[in-house]
Design a protein around this ligand. Structure first.
Ligand code: BGC
Length: 512
């Protein structure tokens, strides 16, 4: 069977403990990192369509947009490399930062990385808000990218390690929920500031507020027991475990963490380690999950919803409003995931989400093809426009309860301690690489593929859904340091990952 649940194999360990208020507050602060990421994802599209911003920093682009005669077709109205480079440079910076973040997270702790991320965000937002020249704008943008790299590397790991296994999915998904809230807040702020003179300064500068919260918050956050043990602070780790589980006797879980840490210490180089045969599944999932997540095409909607709606003939206000509606659906649908992921499992959400995305993408592509054809000339009636918006929302909702949150949850929970930082860095790097690629080429893809763009992403959704059905084991309820055993009960991975004695294949790993 493709996804034999680990719990069914009879080996799952349950550790004692409650869900304490302390762990919830801690996770809330950590998830601020998600808010900042979401804010950056959502704010740029709106800012780059504000005229005063374009006139100040990209006068050439402004001229091109005003010059109606210069486009091959309606689909190409907004195609401009320089402007997309401004949007996408942040993700390149994040990609580079994630590798440094991996070392910081491992050697100095999860909270140090989160603090560093908050600081980068703070300086970046201030530089952007007060920018008087393009240099300030670009440097600010790069610093924001470093912030994303540091936070996305450390926050999901922090959340997964703090959480008791039975609600790990839900707690980890607070990261995604904050991302979606960040995107929605950014859209609303843009909706307001686009009507003000130089409103772009507010849009770009407001990011400083959650950045301060993250910086101050992470100074007071405790580090995870796993990280404390990893850095030799065993007593503090035990105290922290007692605090987050709300019980005195945490011996069993504590010893499991110590074992995990002892094993991971024998590993000299986590990067070399993750390429070993025994870590094949982690390597495969940490690269393919973020790749597929971006190839769902979600960021076409997130970055360019107003542009897309405008291209399809919606008026200025209607276009922004529609972006706000799909942003709201994104937030609400994430709750579905939070409440169901630890009950129904990861696989069910992935599979349902895949089918729903596919149907919606085909519907959107077909509607645009029928109305706009290849020339891009045409328009929707009000009823048709609403139907289109409905399908886009159905697509966003499906992503929001499947690939969105699971794209961050699964890679952070399948890696055992010895490869966790490396695995997560790989996940962030691949995610950022393809976020960059899609941001960079979307406008020219729309210009060339036209409505075919939606079928292009639909094709990838088919591939990723089959991939999950065949290869992803269920990880619901499996304690994080026990995760190595899920591969051995899987029809495919059991042939790849060497069998291990007793309950731990780490010994075998290290000797490999
Ligand atoms: C993805 C982002 C995306 C967002 C949308 C995240 O999980 O990594 O690229 O924009 O979800 O909610």
């Amino acid at each position: 069977m493709a996804g034999g649940a680990y719990v069914d194999s009879g080996k799952a360990k349950e550790f004692d403990g409650k869900v304490t208020a302390f762990v919830l507050v801690t996770c809330f602060v950590a998830a601020m990192g998600g808010l900042l990421f979401g804010y950056d994802l959502g704010i740029t599209g709106g800012v780059t369509s504000m005229e005063p911003f374009l006139v100040k920093f990209f006068p050439g682009v402004y001229k091109q947009m005003k010059d109606e005669s210069g486009h091959e077709s309606e689909y190409c109205k907004f195609d401009n490399e320089l402007l997309t480079l401004f949007t996408s440079s942040l993700y390149l910076a994040a990609l580079i930062a994630s590798f440094f973040a991996s070392t910081t997270t491992r050697m100095l702790g999860r909270k140090t990385s989160m603090f560093a991320g908050g600081l980068f965000f703070l300086v970046g937002a201030l530089l952007n808000g007060f920018a008087v020249n393009i240099e300030m704008l670009i440097i600010g943008r790069l610093l924001l990218g470093f912030g994303v790299g540091y936070c996305n590397q450390s926050v999901p790991v922090y959340l997964s390690e703090m959480a008791p296994a039975k609600i790990r999915g839900a707690l980890n998904m607070c990261f995604q929920m904050m991302i979606t809230i960040g995107i929605l807040v950014a859209n609303l702020i843009n909706y307001w500031t686009s009507k003000l003179d130089n409103g772009w300064r507010i849009s770009l500068g407001v990011g400083a507020v959650p950045a301060v919260l993250l910086c101050v918050g992470s100074l007071f956050l405790g580090d995870t027991p796993n990280s404390l043990i990893e850095r030799g602070q065993k007593e503090q780790a035990r105290t922290m475990l007692q605090k987050i589980r709300g019980i005195e006797n945490v011996d069993e879980e504590f010893h499991d963490l110590i074992d995990a840490s002892e094993a991971s210490k024998k590993v000299e180089h986590p990067w070399k380690n993750i390429t070993k045969p025994v870590y094949k599944p982690q390597m495969v999932f940490c690269s393919l999950i973020p790749f597929f997540q971006q190839l769902t095409g979600i960021n076409v909607i997130m970055f360019y919803a107003p542009v897309l709606f405008k291209t399809l003939g919606f008026g200025d206000d209607a276009a922004l409003m529609s972006a706000v509606i799909s942003g709201g659906v994104n937030v609400l649908a994430t709750f579905v995931s939070i409440f169901s992921v630890d009950k129904f499992g990861r696989r069910l959400l992935f599979l349902e989400g895949g089918v729903q995305m596919l149907i919606s993408q085909i519907a959107v592509g077909t509607m645009i093809a029928l109305k706009f054809g290849v020339s891009g000339e045409g328009s929707f009636t009000k009823g048709e426009a609403n139907l289109l918006l409905f399908f886009i929302c159905a697509y966003v909702a499906a992503f929001a309860w499947s690939w969105g949150p699971l794209g961050w949850l699964v890679p952070s929970e399948i890696c055992s301690l010895e490869v966790r930082s490396a695995g997560q860095a790989l996940n962030v790097a691949v995610n950022m690489l393809f976020t960059f690629a899609i941001a960079q080429i979307f406008l020219s893809m729309l210009c060339h593929l036209k409505f075919g763009l939606f079928f292009f992403f639909a094709g990838f959704v088919v591939i990723m859904t089959i991939f999950v059905a065949l290869f992803l084991p269920e990880t619901k309820g499996v304690p994080i340091e026990e995760m190595n055993s899920v591969w051995r009960s899987h029809w495919f991975w059991s042939k790849i990952v060497p069998a291990a004695d007793n309950n731990d294949n780490r010994k075998n790993t290290i000797e490999n």
